[in-house]
Design a protein around this ligand. Structure first.
Ligand code: 7TS
Length: 416
């Protein structure tokens, strides 16, 4: 089917056409055409997303949920329309289950803080995994410190796969929350979240899935997963920074206390008593990020006009091409070899420090991430201080991977 995006017609998956939608990709870095392969950190934004932000500020900038004037009503309508787009995107049952926040980090902190404060007590257990981003570790450690709960960790094998038998052993009637990443930002591993959820529910634990590296790469259906909470960030989904999503089951959000107090999260306030607003507004205190929420809706439209399944298939092929192209370089060791993985290629390059790898590749115009990727326990597992990471987005091409391979060879020349 032919789709119209940004004035261009797409009849098949052609990354060269999509590239035209992303202004930032068309520039030189150190005199060489930019190759952007740091998509797991943040994706670039298509012109339609940029336009949506500008249209809001130029045409109807206004606060929401409070004005009767036309601009405010238009802003409120567009903001709430975005919430419905997000609901459909995740196949969530209700739009009132979509809480609009700053990002994945804030979503996880909200659950740890609010659900945790009410339902977690001393001796309870919270299970996370060895491959979590720090944002799915630290909030739970803070909760454990506050409550006397105990943090348990599902170990992974050297391929970067969770050890499901060990997970089963950790589950007991003391387990109250299981919080795991859907797809690892460092290893690319796609975890069996349906199975993880099903097992957690047999002991009555609630399940949060960190979808920061999932929603942009494959279809996510929260009802099919069966989880209780799902978190993701707009900026990794070709949307703006500063906007992210927590989906939570209605019956859980209803009984959770507010996360922050302020305007918009109340029904009535007296000095004796405040009555909180209904969900999701109970969790959205203060003026929210209106422009970026609306633009996240546009990013979802953009993704859906291409087709998430098409993106998924294309990126998987490109990932395999990266393995074929880069793995033959003798000095490269791939970290993260799970059977089910995609879009992230993290590697060690002999004994060259990743900081040097990143700097030299930048001089070649190739942007990659280097460092501990906010997953220090993963670094510890593999005995490295840091790694270099290539991460793929829908606009990357085989030519980009070739440039990355050339960049790696350049690093080796410098360090020969
Ligand atoms: N969870 C995962 C799996 C992530 O990859 C990230 C960010 C986060 C949570 C936090 O998301 P935020 O939007 O709230 O910051 N990951 C990365 C990365 O891999 N490189 O930079 C940020």
């Amino acid at each position: 089917m032919t789709e119209e995006i940004n004035g261009a017609a797409y009849s098949h998956f052609d990354p060269e056409l999509f590239r035209k939608d992303f202004p930032v990709l068309h520039q030189n870095i150190h005199g060489k055409p930019l190759v952007y392969l740091d998509n797991a950190a943040t994706t670039q934004k298509p012109q339609v997303v940029i336009d949506t932000i500008a249209e809001y500020y130029k045409g109807y900038n206004s606060n929401i949920h409070r004005g009767v004037h036309q601009l405010s009503q238009k802003a409120t309508d567009e903001y709430e329309k975005a919430r419905v787009k997000i609901q459909k995107f995740l196949n969530a049952p209700k739009s009132r289950e979509i809480v609009l926040l700053r990002g994945t980090t804030e979503a996880i902190n909200l659950v740890a803080s609010s659900y945790g404060r009410k339902f977690i007590k001393s001796g309870d257990e919270i299970i996370i995994s060895e491959m979590e981003h720090h944002s799915n570790i630290v909030p739970w450690q803070m909760l454990c410190e506050q409550t006397g709960a105990v943090l348990k960790v599902i170990p992974m094998n050297d391929l970067g796969e969770l050890m499901m038998d060990e997970y089963k052993k950790l589950l007991t009637e003391k387990t109250k929350i299981v919080s795991v990443v859907h797809a690892s930002n460092t290893l690319g591993t796609e975890n069996p979240v349906e199975e993880i959820t099903r097992l957690a529910h047999t002991v009555g634990a609630k399940v949060l899935i960190d979808g920061a590296q999932a929603v942009q790469h494959f279809k996510v259906d929260v009802q099919a997963i069966g989880c209780d909470f799902y978190a993701f960030s707009g900026h990794k989904l070709y949307g703006p920074t500063g906007i992210g999503v927590l989906w939570g089951r209605e019956e859980l959000l209803e009984v959770m206390p507010p996360y922050q107090g302020g305007g918009d999260m109340i029904l009535s306030v007296t000095f004796d008593k405040t009555v909180y607003n209904e969900i999701p507004y109970k969790f959205e205190a203060g003026t929210p990020n209106i422009a970026d929420t609306i633009a996240l809706g546009t990013a979802i439209d953009y993704i859906e006009s291409i087709g998430i399944d098409q993106i998924s298939t294309y990126e998987s092929e490109l990932y395999l091409y990266a393995e074929e192209t880069i793995l033959p370089i003798d000095e490269v060791t791939l970290i993260g070899c799970a059977e089910k993985k995609g879009s992230v290629f993290s590697f060690k390059l002999k004994d060259v420090h990743p900081h040097d790898v990143g700097t030299i590749m930048d001089m070649e115009g190739v942007a990659i991430r280097t460092g501990h990727m906010c997953t220090q326990p993963v670094m510890k597992h593999f005995g490295v201080p840091a790694l270099s990471r290539i991460s793929i987005g829908l606009y990357n091409t085989k030519a980009d991977i070739d440039r990355a391979a050339e960049g790696i060879k350049k690093v080796l020349e410098v360090f020969a």
